[in-house]
Design a binder for this molecule. Structure first.
Ligand code: ADP
Ligand code: MG
Length: 156
């Protein structure tokens, strides 16, 4: 299978972004790091909301823009949803002790990962969202062998 042949994928509305995020839940395995790339309003938090719902999270999913991270303990794993938009320097990752959240059972989704460059963990998977007409265009890239396995399972 060539995963690239399945991208970019057009997500026509918010429901499509939620559903695509939710479809990752079935194959997700910890530990894993996923970068969420794209401008403000591209759908990064919406994608994460879909994934969390797919994993059985019933409560709300707040954007972690102010808190930097929101953590969701779920059965067998903990999802940490980061938003580094407000970092003034990548060093803030270390100063805030965020490495302590990187455990064997953690799945990390990171919005604005470039704001933590050199300190935030490297990505296994990178999801890129872009505004296209009234919807979004989405591409996913595997950055490690582990990411490639999950991407293949996700798309098969
Ligand atoms: P980000 O976290 O990238 O800043 P959000 O997930 O908060 O963006 O989404 C911003 C807005 O985009 C929300 O109002 C959401 O409903 C909308 N949105 C998400 N996906 C789509 C889509 N595929 N088509 C149209 N609007 C979408
Ligand atoms: Mg967001």
């Amino acid at each position: 299978m060539n995963p690239n042949a399945q991208f970019p994928r057009f997500l026509a509305d918010e429901e499509a972004t939620l559903a695509f995020g939710g479809s990752l839940a079935a194959v997700l395995d910890a530990p894993l790091v996923i970068y969420l790339q794209g401008d403000l309003g591209a759908g990064k938090t919406t994608f994460t909301r879909g994934l969390l719902r797919g994993l059985g999270h019933a409560g709300s999913v707040k954007s972690p823009t102010y808190a930097i991270v929101e953590s969701y303990p779920l059965s067998g794993k903990t999802v940490h949803h980061f938003d580094l938009y407000r970092f003034t320097a990548p060093q803030e990752w270390e100063d805030a002790g965020l490495d302590d959240l990187l455990t064997e059972d953690s799945v990390c989704l990171i919005e604005w990962p470039q704001q933590g460059e050199g300190f935030a963990p490297a990505a296994d998977l990178s999801v890129r969202l872009e505004n296209v007409e009234n919807g979004r265009s989405c591409s996913v890239e595997a950055c490690t062998e582990r990411g490639r396995e999950i991407l293949e399972a996700w798309l098969s």
